[in-house]
Design a protein around this ligand. Structure first.
Ligand SMILES: NC(=O)c1ccc[n+]([C@@H]2O[C@H](COP(=O)([O-])OP(=O)(O)OC[C@H]3O[C@@H](n4cnc5c(N)ncnc54)[C@H](OP(=O)(O)O)[C@@H]3O)[C@@H](O)[C@H]2O)c1
Length: 338
């Protein structure tokens, strides 16, 4: 059997191009003791992968040239030498962009899924997977949201942001989303329940636009983008406000030259908390997040937005589109038609 793999062909300069990726064929690996062979079904395209393409370590090792792209997937167990995992079961974990991967008890983000009838499997790679869990843990554990808070979310029409907007709304907050197009502004206000939207690409004074959308100031900022948006929101924060450091995508395509932040004094002046987090350090909170997200979904209170690209060979193109900001909701690659 052949194992198709998508590997890194060249380090991207700026936004990754489809030509930075290449398909190769390898043998399907054999699971050794303590390992299992899994068939990848859906890959979740993650902004964080961009940092691993530059040849420099961050919180994971960089992906070497010629190495398979690392990314979380929903997968089916084919053969298992791992206690508690049986062939046919569905799992989630950090694997590689390939047909078949080896997984073991130490696989990052490894969890066994119990997909519910009537819920598409793809949801477990996005809204009911890492994106939903990140939004849920970030808002509750890091942001300590309370009903009545004004919560600002950046990249608000994206995978994490669209979930953060809805969760904050369901918790009784006033929600303002920051997005990069008029269509995304319409989507978050008309379909996701956000109270207002700010299009950062269409305003001369971003801080003034955020301030106008948040007349009572900002209590919690769910930051997906960093850069000039973070700088602007800092000037709008209320005393004892919380900034959730989820990601800084505006600098991911430009990591040698990060955007300066000028308003850090606001941390002192407004007694703010700015705390970063990575979901994998909070896996103990995922079961509770999953239960609540399932409940909201079944009650019709949550919308899961997806953008599914068919076929592993198109993964590089799909990633390029995502990192351009051209997409809405969770970006997934369906490995094949299985
Ligand atoms: N801490 C964690 O454990 C964790 C886990 C998952 C994700 N994250 C972080 O969450 C953030 C969102 O990731 P995601 O996977 O949900 O991606 P996403 O939001 O679905 O997709 C990326 C979106 O980011 C926005 N964007 C791209 N370039 C931008 C720029 N220069 N300035 C401002 N916005 C830009 C675009 O939306 P617009 O058109 O609105 O600009 C784009 O659609 C990332 O920073 C990621 O690293 C963190």
């Amino acid at each position: 059997m052949i194992n198709r793999q998508m590997v890194l062909k060249s380090h991207p300069h700026g936004i990754p191009l489809p030509s930075d990726f290449e398909m190769v064929e390898a043998d399907v690996p054999n699971p050794g003791p303590g390992e299992m062979l899994v068939r990848n079904l859906y890959f979740s395209l993650e902004a964080a992968i961009r940092g691993w393409l530059d040849g420099k370590a961050n919180y994971f090792e960089p992906i070497p040239l010629g190495g398979a792209i690392r990314g979380p997937s929903v997968a089916r167990v084919v053969k298992s030498n791992v206690e508690g995992f049986e062939p046919g079961e569905i799992i989630f974990g950090l694997h590689h962009w390939e047909d078949y991967s080896l997984s073991d008890a130490n696989t990052v983000l490894l969890s066994k899924l119990q997909p519910k009838d009537g819920i598409p499997l793809s949801y477990y790679s996005g809204g009911l997977g890492g994106s939903g869990h990140t939004a849920y843990v970030g808002l509750h554990e890091i942001g300590k949201i309370q009903a009545g808070d004004t919560v600002v979310v950046s990249a608000a029409a994206g995978a994490t942001g669209s979930m953060a907007c809805q969760i904050a709304k369901l918790r009784g907050c006033r929600v303002v989303g920051i997005v990069g197009s008029a269509d995304k502004a319409r989507l978050i206000t008309e379909e996701l329940g956000a109270d207002a939207a700010v299009n950062y690409k269409h305003c001369d004074d971003l801080a003034a636009a955020i301030s106008a959308a948040c007349p009572e100031g900002v209590d919690v900022y769910f930051d997906n983008v960093g850069g000039r948006t973070l700088d602007a929101v800092l000037t709008c924060m209320n005393t004892f406000g919380r900034v959730i450091g989820c990601g800084m995508i505006s600098d991911y395509n430009n990591q040698d030259n990060p955007t300066p932040i000028y308003n850090m004094w606001k941390l002192v002046e407004k007694e703010l908390t700015l705390r970063g987090f990575l979901l994998y350090s909070y896996m103990d909170q995922v079961p509770a997040a999953m239960d609540q997200l399932h409940t909201w979904l079944e009650q019709g209170e949550l919308k899961i937005l997806e953008n599914i690209t068919e076929g592993l060979p198109n993964a590089g193109w799909a990633y390029s589109e995502m990192m351009k900001g051209a997409t809405i909701g969770k970006n997934l690659v369906k490995v094949d038609s299985e």
